[in-house]
Design a binder for this molecule. Sequence first.
Ligand code: SF4
Length: 180
Amino acid sequence: MAAVKLATVWLGGCSGCHMSFLDMDEWLIELASRADLVYSPIADVKEFPPGVDICLVEGAVANEDNRHLARVLRERSRVVIAFGDCAVTGNVTALRNPLGVALEVLQLAYLRPHEEHARIPDDRTVVPVLLDRVMPLHAVVPVDYYLPGCPPPAERIRQLLSDLLDGRRPEQTADRISFG
Ligand code: SF4
């Protein structure tokens, strides 16, 4: 049987969710025997590949690069999981939303009154263009499963991945998602 193609994606997040993924410790060995990691910040792959079976997405959608990647991964993945509170609700990444639209946020961050040469970075090859509002993943593309938590505990990541690898499709309704 062909190995499941697994991807993990890092959008607007702190990478803490990926750290929790690594906390699955020895279960990672079992996972490696059943799934090929075809795209991830911990694998040197530049292009999100087609035909992905399961994709874990950490982080909110905060800039144009995030939004583009979210659309690509949705097109190319069978199951998309909003991985952690930033992907599920916006969480920490969305704390900038009350400060205003992108330009107002950038002005607050970069244009300090006493810094004469301060300027907003505008090299799009270095700094992705901020969206006016940070959005949870489901506001941009359909999501199949939610793994809330900041970060989600390793045990719950393992449980959901085991279910999916074993061909089970756990039902997730709002009252059954546990926020731990
Ligand atoms: Fe980091 Fe928490 Fe957001 Fe995960 S949910 S990316 S741990 S802030």
